[in-house]
Ligand binder design. Structure first.
Ligand code: SF4
Ligand code: SF4
Length: 323
């Protein structure tokens, strides 16, 4: 039985130096994966006005003078925002760090032009429309300049080829972290139908990953990581590493009634520009990107939900309320 602990804190104190803005920017995508909910790629939200976006980003950077602000942009496929280059240059010119989740499908010339503006990129291979060789070349190119994490979306009928791609990336591109991802209908709900052998590989991947993550040649850019493992702190002061995916799979993702630092350590923004503390929605909408008088929260929130599912939400510090 799991021991009771009184705090969940960042596994690496360096993570505390960053304020994370996770922005689901719009719903334009060049792919239409069948397992992706339509509202994520229906094109209805086409991205806010660039000046509004810049004003808000500037405001957040000014409000957090003691932190480095990490803007993590998602969608849709964020590289199709019509002011993508302008926004990335603006963020870098204003001292922010930048990250994104992308399907990697833009051509090599596009990535060559933008790679110096990206501090961290999560590249997801979507097998229904993605081109494996192109994807491999994009990972290789970006890895020279920035921190790359790869997710391979494991469609059951293409499982072997996808596992081959994951193995190839992991063994041939130094310093990249690779994860194979089981698919869920509509990205939540029911897991796809996998054979026992496939399930076993998903739970215990034998990729050569990890062997090449820590050591990187000096010619490669150093790795930058903004959030990651957490640590449980027990009442006697002892600590234990806690991985967010593991906390979910073991059903240990319930901090109902605890004090939580979402809103203090991070915010999230939906495609309509609504700002929330976290994707769990605890604390409700705290403003909109267009609000002239937008203010960040100044205190923790008491958790009012029994399930904490989003990785970013889990990776905010939490502690038991002492009565
Ligand atoms: S690439 Fe991503 S956002 Fe686009 S359709 Fe596929 S899963 Fe959805
Ligand atoms: S559900 Fe929200 S408030 Fe509750 S612990 Fe998770 S992030 Fe914090």
């Amino acid at each position: 039985m799991a021991r009771d602990y009184i705090k969940l804190k960042h596994g690496n104190p360096a993570y505390e130096n960053y304020f994370v803005v996770n922005w689901c920017f719009f719903t334009i995508c060049n792919f239409a994966c069948t397992y992706c909910p339509t509202f994520l790629h229906d094109g209805k939200h086409r991205g806010l006005d660039i000046n509004l976006v810049k004003n808000f980003c500037r405001k957040i950077i000014e409000m957090k003078p003691d932190k480095r602000v990490f803007f993590e942009l998602t969608g849709g496929e964020i590289t199709y925002y019509k002011h993508f280059s302008e926004l990335m240059n603006f963020l870098k010119d204003n001292g922010a760090d930048t990250g994104m989740i992308s399907n990697g499908s833009r051509d090599l010339a596009f990535w060559e032009k933008h790679k110096h503006l990206i501090d961290h990129i999560c590249l997801s291979f979507h097998p229904e429309q993605g081109d494996a060789e192109h994807f491999f070349q994009v990972v290789k190119l970006l890895n020279q300049e920035t921190t790359v994490h790869v997710n391979i979306m494991m469609l059951p009928e293409k499982f072997d080829a996808l596992y081959g791609l994951a193995t190839r990336i992991s063994s041939e591109i130094e310093g990249v972290s690779v994860a194979i991802q089981a698919l869920f209908e509509g990205m939540s709900g029911k897991i796809f139908s996998y054979t026992d052998e496939q399930k076993n590989l998903l739970e215990n991947p034998s990729l050569p990953m990890g062997t090449n993550i820590l050591y990187r040649r000096a010619t490669l850019a150093p790795k930058k990581v903004y959030r990651g493992e957490m640590k449980k702190v027990f009442s006697d002061g002892t600590e234990e590493v806690a991985n967010p995916p593991e906390l979910i799979s073991k059903g240990e993702n319930n901090w109902f009634g605890w004090k939580c630092s979402i809103g203090l350590e991070n915010i999230v923004i939906d495609p309509g520009g609504n700002v929330l503390r976290g994707w769990c929605k605890v604390g409700g909408v705290i403003g909109n990107v267009s609000d002239e008088n937008f203010r960040l929260p100044s205190n923790q929130v008491i958790c009012s939900t029994k399930n904490c599912y989003c990785g970013l939400d889990i990776m905010a510090a939490k502690e038991v309320v002492v009565l």
